[in-house]
Ligand binder design. Structure first.
Ligand code: P6P
Length: 333
């Protein structure tokens, strides 16, 4: 089979009129930054990059050195290209403006530069998540308000998964496509066209230690899964929880399943655990493009109207039949 690189794939998408040259440049630059992050992540202890950076991010979380490095790689890689109006990062409290001596463009880039970073020190897969919005044409200079667009407005979304292999998975609204890094060539090779989530599943992902804090519909749903054959579902289910959203969602995209970080009493005061703009929204676009569904339990994630850059939401995503069952339990509650 002919090896198709990410560059060739993107050029073909542009020739087919599915993207502009600026969006192609943006995705190429993000993918190149993902390779640089992969090099740093894979050095691990050899580079003395593990452990705390001694600083806290806007979430008040202790920043790992690699969080800081990944954030800087993405900011510096994307500043000069002339394709962006501004950027937003989980690691930065406010909008990151393009330096005045660089040209600006029509896209807004949002990212979580290293998600699941608590797993780094124990050598478990971590990832980078990104989302692309259009800069509102009526605005001259990007502000936080420019980013306050529901996820259905995204023009592209994706992630890099730093696991046994490094993968780059993206959608521009025409299916989900996966690429695997060939480290010898330094190219992302097209390995999974049109990823599709199976309708039915036998696998669920949730942090079960929070069970006593979940809302009743989630407690009802998980209880039925755990009853297995003897319960109302009539089949046994399996559970996985990597505690790295990119790894868990990639498994769902690859072999089906449902991923849940629902509202619970511990995170209710924050509106949820996971962030809307650069975790839930990009993953929701990918999952819907792969035939699945993504909900807060009460509404479609891509319809949530954002009010703050770092706001959080409950996340229930994956095999459509399972997400719709959870939605039904919320409606019946
Ligand atoms: P918990 C990682 O910190 C993260 O944001 C997601 O990647 C992951 O799904 C979740 O939090 C894990 O949360 O409570 O299980 O540690």
């Amino acid at each position: 089979m002919r090896r198709v690189t990410l560059t060739q794939f993107l050029i073909e998408q542009q020739r087919a009129g599915r993207m502009t040259a600026d969006l192609r440049l943006l995705l190429e630059v993000v993918a190149r930054a993902a390779k640089a992050i992969s090099v740093n992540v894979s050095k691990g202890a050899l580079a003395g990059l593990l452990g705390e950076a001694g600083t806290d991010n806007v979430q008040g979380e202790a920043q790992k050195k690699l969080d800081v490095i990944a954030n800087e790689i993405l900011l510096q890689a994307n500043e000069w290209g002339g394709h962006l109006a501004a950027m937003a990062s989980e690691e930065v409290e406010t909008v990151h403006q393009i330096p005045f001596d660089y040209p600006t463009g029509g896209f807004l880039l949002l990212f979580d530069p290293l998600d699941g970073s608590s797993n780094i020190d124990v050598n478990i897969s971590v990832g980078m998540i990104f989302s692309v919005l259009r800069m509102p044409p009526s605005e001259q200079r990007a502000t936080e308000e420019s980013f306050m667009q529901p996820g259905r407005e995204q023009v592209a979304a994706g992630y890099a998964l730093f696991g046994p292999s490094t993968m780059f998975v993206l959608t521009i609204g025409h299916g989900v496509h996966a690429f695997t890094l060939d480290r010898e060539m330094g190219s992302f090779i097209y390995t999974q066209p049109f990823m599709t989530i199976p309708e039915e599943t036998r696998e669920f992902a949730i942090n079960a230690s929070n069970a006593r804090f979940w809302e009743k519909p989630v407690q009802r749903y998980i209880d039925e899964l755990q009853q297995g054959k003897a319960g109302p579902r009539g089949v046994d289910f399996n559970m996985r929880w990597v505690a790295s959203m990119v790894a868990d969602v990639h498994r769902v995209l690859t072999r089906g399943g449902i991923f849940m970080y629902p509202m619970d009493e511990k995170c209710r005061h924050q509106g949820g655990k996971l962030r809307l703009m650069y975790e839930a929204n990009p993953m929701a676009m990918l999952v819907e493009q792969a035939g699945g569904a993504a909900s807060t339990g009460r509404e479609r994630i891509l319809d949530v109207q954002p009010h703050k850059l770092h706001q959080r939401v409950p996340v229930i995503l994956g095999s459509r039949a399972e997400v719709e069952r959870v939605n039904d339990y919320y409606r019946e509650a």
